[in-house]
Design a protein around this ligand. Structure first.
Ligand code: ADP
Length: 522
């Protein structure tokens, strides 16, 4: 195989086109084994007609070096394909990993619902917390691998930005309210309601950023804002920002924060937990959505994570504009948070409602008394149930005692909703809003108390879940078709459903499910 090359190089040298012969080739040894040689030659004598008569040639056995080199190439190829295989493997494994985790967590929850002595309960609770923590880590790693292996594809859909942001905020509200943090969603009026993009990925990014904000904030508030990028006219770029009043991030840690496995401060991380993958996942997802992410933060003061993504929209005008049913009405806003006050004021103003605001309960009383004395009471009082830890009971009682001249809308957190709802109901508060709420929830509440549609009987039922499936099932069980191939999860789902009085029919695969579905009604 190497002979032709050898010959051509030799003739080049003979014809003086090269200063020396230099090549590498294989030769067969007596024992039949092929060996690699480096060959270097030089014509040392020519006759009178310039034909070469003597040549000095040096042969060097380079088999060992060649072998090392070829091993390296193979090793590199292998490593590269192993990396790709491993990435793809992890990305494909997610179902296999999450399924048993679901079994573990679900079974612990079931066990926690049984009769246990305090010691057993404590062990199980710790097991549950650990399993939850493990699931978070596993989810992060799987998500990251999936994105890294290029397995994440966007699914463009038409969706409502307001709904996606509010849903994400509601998921996190329980954690925020447990820490007595205020959580506010403020979508500006000029943000189009329907846009096209991938709502699941957008929700994931918001959950991640707002989840971090809650994790790294001990007191104060988290504000999720959405606005239209006004720097470019006609642009469909939406800017989302999540700001907190938490620990903040030192300048030197800010640049690398969007890289995988980076954490600003190892000591705080011990305290808060986490993998350092969340922001890397966010920034990759945003990149995938053709957007960008950035950060402003000051240690001790808080952080603002912002991202901008292009989201095409057919509809330019925002929702709910032109609702003038409340034009000329007057409202008093009693809120502990300046951001919440501004959000309410802006939204109410958009509806033509004139607003006053007070940030304390005493101040609110004065304002209410004064307007009443003038025979010109507010139409609405929209009040936080608790301000700086003090409850608004006094305000409610006085309002009741004076014959309820205003319509009182109480703003509750997820935390105090459960305990306080009954008390408020007894006192006859007009209605309530559970934070975080959006513009449309506020409008519904106003319409309800003002009885704009003339339909409301029980005003209090506004923010209650519409149909309580649990209650429905308690009287008569539902017939449920369960399609699940994993035996542990079958058992888990069956128990959960049976506990709620449902009768369960199990299909082990899609084909069985279709058969059952054709045989009976579920
Ligand atoms: P994780 O939270 O799992 O550690 P992330 O990638 O989400 O990973 O965040 C990386 C690091 O960035 C965190 O460990 C924390 O140090 C810092 N960080 C993120 N968000 C905030 C925030 N809102 N306030 C303060 N520090 C933050």
């Amino acid at each position: 195989d190497d002979f032709a090359d050898f010959q051509s190089r030799l003739s080049e040298h003979v014809n003086k086109r090269s200063g020396c012969l230099e090549t590498e080739c294989r030769m067969r040894a007596k024992n039949g084994e092929w060996t690699w040689w480096q060959v270097r030659g030089l014509i040392t004598a020519r006759d009178s007609e310039n034909k070469p008569v003597r040549m000095l040639v040096m042969h060097r056995n380079i088999s060992a070096a060649r072998k090392v080199q070829s091993n390296l190439v193979t090793a590199k190829d292998q490593a590269e394909s192993a990396m790709a295989v491993r990435g793809a493997f992890v990305a494909n494994m997610s179902h296999e990993i999450r399924t048993p985790m679901n079994g573990i967590i679900g079974m612990i929850e079931l066990a926690l619902d049984t009769q246990l002595d305090p010691e057993q309960r404590n062990y199980l609770k710790i097991a549950k917390t650990s399993a939850d923590a493990l699931l978070t880590v596993v989810n992060d790693i799987l998500d990251f691998s999936k994105i890294d292996a290029g397995k994440v594809e966007l699914e463009p859909l038409e969706f409502s930005v307001r709904d996606v942001v509010l849903e994400a905020a509601r998921v996190l509200a329980i954690n925020a309210h447990k820490k007595t943090l205020e959580l506010i969603v403020d979508v500006e009026a000029d943000v189009p309601n329907l846009v096209s993009g991938d709502p699941t990925r957008l929700r994931q990014v918001i959950l991640n950023l707002a989840g971090n904000a809650i994790k790294f904030t001990d007191r104060g508030e988290i504000v999720i804002r959405v606005s239209l990028d006004k720097t470019k006219p006609g642009s469909t770029e939406l800017v989302f920002s999540v700001s907190d009043t938490g620990v903040g991030i030192p300048a030197e840690s800010q640049s690398g924060i969007f890289e995988a496995f980076s954490q600003a401060d190892v000591s705080t991380t011990r305290r808060f937990g986490g993998t350092g993958l969340g922001l890397a996942i966010c920034s990759r997802l945003i990149e995938l959505m053709q957007g960008r992410i950035w950060l402003k933060s000051e240690p001790g003061k808080g952080s603002v994570f912002s991202f901008a993504i292009p989201l095409a929209s057919k509809q330019v005008a925002a929702q709910a504009q032109g609702d003038r049913s409340f034009a000329g009405k007057r409202a008093l806003i009693v809120a502990g948070s300046q951001n919440l006050s501004s959000f309410l004021k802006k939204t109410l103003k958009g509806l033509g409602v004139e607003c006053s605001q007070s940030s304390g309960i005493d101040e609110a009383h004065i304002s209410i008394e004064r307007t009443r004395a003038l025979g010109f009471p507010y139409d609405f009082i929209i009040a936080d149930y608790k301000i700086a830890g003090t409850s608004n009971e006094e305000l409610t009682k006085r309002w009741c005692a004076s014959g309820k001249p205003e319509m009182l809308i109480m703003m509750l957190t997820m935390e105090n909703q459960r305990e306080e709802l009954k008390a408020l109901r007894t006192l006859g508060v007009s209605t309530h809003l559970v934070k975080p709420f959006g513009e449309s929830d506020l409008i519904s509440a106003l319409r309800l108390v003002a009885d704009v549609d003339g339909t409301s009987n029980d005003k209090f039922e506004l923010a209650e879940p519409s149909v309580d499936l649990d209650e429905l099932a308690a009287s008569e069980g539902l017939r449920v078709l369960l399609v699940e191939d994993n035996p542990v999860n079958q058992e888990l789902a069956m128990r959960l459903l049976q506990k709620r009085n449902h009768s369960v029919f199990v299909a082990n695969n899609g084909s069985e499910a279709v058969d059952l579905f054709e045989k009976m009604a579920f």
